[in-house]
Design a protein around this ligand. Structure first.
Ligand SMILES: O=C(O)c1ccccc1N[C@@H]1O[C@H](COP(=O)(O)O)[C@@H](O)[C@H]1O
Length: 238
Protein backbone atom coordinates (compact mmCIF):
# COMPACT_ATOMS: atom_id res chain seq x y z
CA UNK A 1 0.00 0.00 0.00
CA UNK A 2 1.42 3.41 -0.86
CA UNK A 3 1.53 6.26 1.63
CA UNK A 4 0.05 9.61 0.88
CA UNK A 5 0.04 11.03 4.40
CA UNK A 6 2.91 13.29 5.25
CA UNK A 7 2.81 13.21 9.03
CA UNK A 8 0.94 11.04 11.51
CA UNK A 9 -0.71 13.18 14.18
CA UNK A 10 -0.02 12.28 17.81
CA UNK A 11 -2.36 12.58 20.77
CA UNK A 12 -1.12 11.93 24.30
CA UNK A 13 -4.12 11.20 26.49
CA UNK A 14 -4.92 11.07 30.19
CA UNK A 15 -2.86 14.07 31.32
CA UNK A 16 -3.00 14.94 35.01
CA UNK A 17 0.19 16.98 35.52
CA UNK A 18 1.22 20.35 34.06
CA UNK A 19 4.81 19.18 33.53
CA UNK A 20 3.61 16.29 31.35
CA UNK A 21 1.44 18.65 29.31
CA UNK A 22 4.39 20.99 28.74
CA UNK A 23 6.71 18.12 27.80
CA UNK A 24 4.13 16.66 25.39
CA UNK A 25 3.99 20.05 23.64
CA UNK A 26 7.78 20.29 23.46
CA UNK A 27 8.15 16.76 22.09
CA UNK A 28 5.80 17.62 19.24
CA UNK A 29 2.47 16.08 20.27
CA UNK A 30 -0.39 17.55 18.25
CA UNK A 31 -2.94 17.12 21.02
CA UNK A 32 -3.27 16.16 24.65
CA UNK A 33 -6.35 14.61 26.21
CA UNK A 34 -8.07 15.19 29.52
CA UNK A 35 -10.30 12.39 30.80
CA UNK A 36 -13.69 13.18 32.35
CA UNK A 37 -15.02 9.60 32.20
CA UNK A 38 -16.34 8.25 35.49
CA UNK A 39 -14.36 5.30 36.80
CA UNK A 40 -11.14 6.16 34.95
CA UNK A 41 -8.00 6.34 37.10
CA UNK A 42 -7.07 9.38 34.95
CA UNK A 43 -10.29 11.26 35.57
CA UNK A 44 -9.85 14.91 36.44
CA UNK A 45 -12.30 17.72 37.13
CA UNK A 46 -13.00 20.70 34.91
CA UNK A 47 -11.14 23.16 37.13
CA UNK A 48 -8.01 20.92 37.10
CA UNK A 49 -8.20 20.56 33.32
CA UNK A 50 -8.55 24.32 33.02
CA UNK A 51 -5.27 24.74 34.90
CA UNK A 52 -3.55 22.05 32.80
CA UNK A 53 -4.75 23.68 29.61
CA UNK A 54 -2.81 26.75 30.67
CA UNK A 55 0.40 24.66 30.42
CA UNK A 56 -0.30 23.80 26.80
CA UNK A 57 1.88 25.47 24.16
CA UNK A 58 0.25 27.32 21.25
CA UNK A 59 -0.84 25.20 18.26
CA UNK A 60 -1.42 22.10 20.41
CA UNK A 61 -5.02 20.91 20.76
CA UNK A 62 -6.82 20.13 24.01
CA UNK A 63 -9.20 17.16 23.74
CA UNK A 64 -11.88 16.49 26.36
CA UNK A 65 -12.70 12.78 26.66
CA UNK A 66 -16.13 11.64 27.87
CA UNK A 67 -17.91 8.33 28.36
CA UNK A 68 -21.66 8.65 28.83
CA UNK A 69 -21.29 11.87 30.85
CA UNK A 70 -24.38 14.00 31.36
CA UNK A 71 -24.88 16.90 28.94
CA UNK A 72 -24.53 19.42 31.81
CA UNK A 73 -21.12 18.03 32.66
CA UNK A 74 -19.94 18.24 29.05
CA UNK A 75 -21.23 21.83 28.88
CA UNK A 76 -19.38 22.72 32.08
CA UNK A 77 -16.11 21.32 30.69
CA UNK A 78 -16.61 23.21 27.42
CA UNK A 79 -17.23 26.44 29.34
CA UNK A 80 -14.28 26.08 31.71
CA UNK A 81 -11.64 24.30 29.62
CA UNK A 82 -12.38 25.49 26.04
CA UNK A 83 -11.32 22.18 24.44
CA UNK A 84 -10.60 22.20 20.71
CA UNK A 85 -12.16 18.75 20.29
CA UNK A 86 -14.52 16.50 22.22
CA UNK A 87 -14.00 12.72 22.23
CA UNK A 88 -16.97 10.49 23.05
CA UNK A 89 -16.08 7.00 24.21
CA UNK A 90 -19.52 5.73 25.26
CA UNK A 91 -22.95 5.15 23.73
CA UNK A 92 -23.49 8.79 22.76
CA UNK A 93 -25.31 9.36 19.47
CA UNK A 94 -24.57 12.03 16.88
CA UNK A 95 -27.24 14.50 18.02
CA UNK A 96 -25.80 14.49 21.56
CA UNK A 97 -22.17 14.77 20.38
CA UNK A 98 -22.99 17.68 18.06
CA UNK A 99 -24.86 19.58 20.74
CA UNK A 100 -21.94 21.46 22.30
CA UNK A 101 -20.69 23.59 19.40
CA UNK A 102 -17.26 21.90 19.40
CA UNK A 103 -16.04 19.39 16.75
CA UNK A 104 -16.15 15.83 17.99
CA UNK A 105 -14.37 12.50 17.54
CA UNK A 106 -16.41 9.31 17.99
CA UNK A 107 -14.58 6.40 19.58
CA UNK A 108 -15.63 3.01 18.22
CA UNK A 109 -15.15 0.03 20.53
CA UNK A 110 -13.41 -2.84 18.81
CA UNK A 111 -14.01 -5.05 21.87
CA UNK A 112 -17.49 -5.42 20.46
CA UNK A 113 -17.53 -8.41 18.08
CA UNK A 114 -19.98 -6.64 15.72
CA UNK A 115 -18.54 -3.42 14.36
CA UNK A 116 -20.54 -1.43 11.82
CA UNK A 117 -19.09 -0.93 8.37
CA UNK A 118 -17.78 2.40 7.08
CA UNK A 119 -21.03 3.48 5.45
CA UNK A 120 -23.12 2.74 8.54
CA UNK A 121 -20.67 4.55 10.84
CA UNK A 122 -20.58 7.62 8.63
CA UNK A 123 -24.36 7.76 8.42
CA UNK A 124 -24.84 7.19 12.14
CA UNK A 125 -22.21 9.76 13.20
CA UNK A 126 -22.57 12.16 10.31
CA UNK A 127 -21.30 15.11 12.37
CA UNK A 128 -18.09 13.40 13.51
CA UNK A 129 -14.81 15.09 12.59
CA UNK A 130 -12.99 11.74 12.86
CA UNK A 131 -13.37 8.17 14.07
CA UNK A 132 -11.14 6.72 16.77
CA UNK A 133 -10.78 2.95 17.06
CA UNK A 134 -9.95 1.62 20.53
CA UNK A 135 -10.18 -1.77 22.27
CA UNK A 136 -13.11 -0.94 24.55
CA UNK A 137 -16.36 -2.89 24.45
CA UNK A 138 -17.20 -6.30 25.85
CA UNK A 139 -15.21 -6.57 29.07
CA UNK A 140 -12.61 -4.00 28.08
CA UNK A 141 -12.56 -0.33 29.16
CA UNK A 142 -11.14 2.68 27.33
CA UNK A 143 -7.55 3.38 28.33
CA UNK A 144 -6.95 -0.31 29.06
CA UNK A 145 -3.57 -0.58 27.33
CA UNK A 146 -4.87 -3.49 25.27
CA UNK A 147 -4.50 -3.69 21.52
CA UNK A 148 -7.08 -5.10 19.11
CA UNK A 149 -6.80 -6.73 15.70
CA UNK A 150 -6.09 -3.74 13.45
CA UNK A 151 -7.29 -5.61 10.36
CA UNK A 152 -10.85 -5.22 11.73
CA UNK A 153 -10.91 -1.44 11.23
CA UNK A 154 -13.63 -0.83 8.63
CA UNK A 155 -12.25 0.05 5.23
CA UNK A 156 -13.55 2.86 3.05
CA UNK A 157 -13.90 5.54 5.75
CA UNK A 158 -13.72 9.01 4.27
CA UNK A 159 -13.26 10.72 7.62
CA UNK A 160 -9.88 10.63 9.34
CA UNK A 161 -9.06 7.53 11.40
CA UNK A 162 -7.28 7.74 14.74
CA UNK A 163 -5.78 4.51 16.04
CA UNK A 164 -5.78 3.85 19.80
CA UNK A 165 -5.62 0.93 22.20
CA UNK A 166 -2.45 -0.61 23.54
CA UNK A 167 -0.09 1.39 21.37
CA UNK A 168 3.41 2.15 22.63
CA UNK A 169 6.88 2.77 21.29
CA UNK A 170 7.27 -1.00 20.71
CA UNK A 171 4.39 -1.34 18.24
CA UNK A 172 3.50 2.13 16.93
CA UNK A 173 5.86 1.81 13.93
CA UNK A 174 4.07 -1.38 12.76
CA UNK A 175 0.68 0.05 13.66
CA UNK A 176 1.22 3.07 11.41
CA UNK A 177 2.57 1.10 8.47
CA UNK A 178 -0.29 -1.41 8.69
CA UNK A 179 -3.18 1.01 9.16
CA UNK A 180 -1.93 4.36 7.79
CA UNK A 181 -4.01 6.33 10.30
CA UNK A 182 -4.48 10.08 10.37
CA UNK A 183 -3.33 9.98 13.97
CA UNK A 184 -2.39 7.76 16.89
CA UNK A 185 -3.62 8.14 20.44
CA UNK A 186 -1.85 6.71 23.48
CA UNK A 187 -2.44 6.75 27.19
CA UNK A 188 -1.11 3.67 29.06
CA UNK A 189 1.85 3.18 26.70
CA UNK A 190 3.56 6.41 27.81
CA UNK A 191 2.90 6.03 31.54
CA UNK A 192 4.79 5.06 34.67
CA UNK A 193 1.39 4.56 36.36
CA UNK A 194 -2.16 5.67 35.44
CA UNK A 195 -2.14 9.43 34.80
CA UNK A 196 1.59 9.77 35.50
CA UNK A 197 3.42 10.08 32.21
CA UNK A 198 6.99 8.92 31.68
CA UNK A 199 9.14 11.44 29.75
CA UNK A 200 11.37 8.80 28.16
CA UNK A 201 8.39 6.79 26.95
CA UNK A 202 6.80 9.90 25.50
CA UNK A 203 9.99 10.78 23.64
CA UNK A 204 10.51 7.19 22.35
CA UNK A 205 6.92 7.12 21.15
CA UNK A 206 7.36 10.34 19.14
CA UNK A 207 10.64 9.01 17.68
CA UNK A 208 8.94 5.81 16.49
CA UNK A 209 6.08 7.76 14.88
CA UNK A 210 8.60 9.96 13.05
CA UNK A 211 10.51 6.83 11.97
CA UNK A 212 7.32 5.38 10.50
CA UNK A 213 6.56 8.66 8.73
CA UNK A 214 9.99 8.61 7.07
CA UNK A 215 9.82 4.93 6.18
CA UNK A 216 9.80 4.06 2.50
CA UNK A 217 8.84 0.50 1.57
CA UNK A 218 11.61 -1.05 -0.53
CA UNK A 219 10.62 -1.31 -4.18
CA UNK A 220 10.90 -5.06 -4.81
CA UNK A 221 11.15 -4.62 -8.62
CA UNK A 222 13.89 -2.01 -8.24
CA UNK A 223 15.71 -4.38 -5.87
CA UNK A 224 15.70 -7.25 -8.36
CA UNK A 225 16.67 -4.81 -11.10
CA UNK A 226 19.76 -3.79 -9.14
CA UNK A 227 20.61 -7.41 -8.37
CA UNK A 228 20.27 -8.30 -12.05
CA UNK A 229 22.56 -5.44 -13.03
CA UNK A 230 25.12 -6.47 -10.43
CA UNK A 231 25.09 -9.93 -12.01
CA UNK A 232 25.61 -8.44 -15.47
CA UNK A 233 22.06 -9.28 -16.62
CA UNK A 234 20.08 -6.41 -18.11
CA UNK A 235 17.16 -5.55 -15.85
CA UNK A 236 13.60 -4.65 -16.72
CA UNK A 237 13.04 -1.03 -17.67
CA UNK A 238 9.96 0.93 -16.66
O1 LIG B 1 -7.62 6.66 29.48
C1 LIG B 1 -8.65 6.38 30.10
O2 LIG B 1 -8.63 6.13 31.31
C2 LIG B 1 -9.97 6.34 29.38
C3 LIG B 1 -11.13 6.11 30.10
C4 LIG B 1 -12.34 6.09 29.47
C5 LIG B 1 -12.43 6.29 28.11
C6 LIG B 1 -11.28 6.50 27.37
C7 LIG B 1 -10.04 6.52 27.98
N1 LIG B 1 -8.88 6.71 27.27
C8 LIG B 1 -8.75 6.53 25.88
O3 LIG B 1 -8.29 5.21 25.63
C9 LIG B 1 -7.50 5.20 24.46
C10 LIG B 1 -6.08 4.67 24.63
O4 LIG B 1 -5.84 3.98 25.73
P1 LIG B 1 -4.51 3.11 25.96
O5 LIG B 1 -3.39 3.76 25.20
O6 LIG B 1 -4.82 1.74 25.49
O7 LIG B 1 -4.31 3.21 27.42
C11 LIG B 1 -7.38 6.63 24.02
O8 LIG B 1 -8.33 6.86 23.02
C12 LIG B 1 -7.71 7.41 25.24
O9 LIG B 1 -8.26 8.65 24.87
Amino acid sequence: MSRTLFRTRIKFCGMTRAGDVRLASELGADAVGFIFADGSPRRIHAREARALRGALAPLVDAVAVFRNNAADEVRDVVRQVHPTLLQFHGDEEDAFCRGFGVPYVKAIGMGDPLVEDAVALQVRYRGAAAFLFDSHGGDTDGGSGQAFDWSRIPTGLVKPVILAGGIGSGNVFDAILRTLPWGVDVSSGIEASPGIKDGDRMREFVEQVRRADCHVEPDIDAGSDLAARANGISGTSK
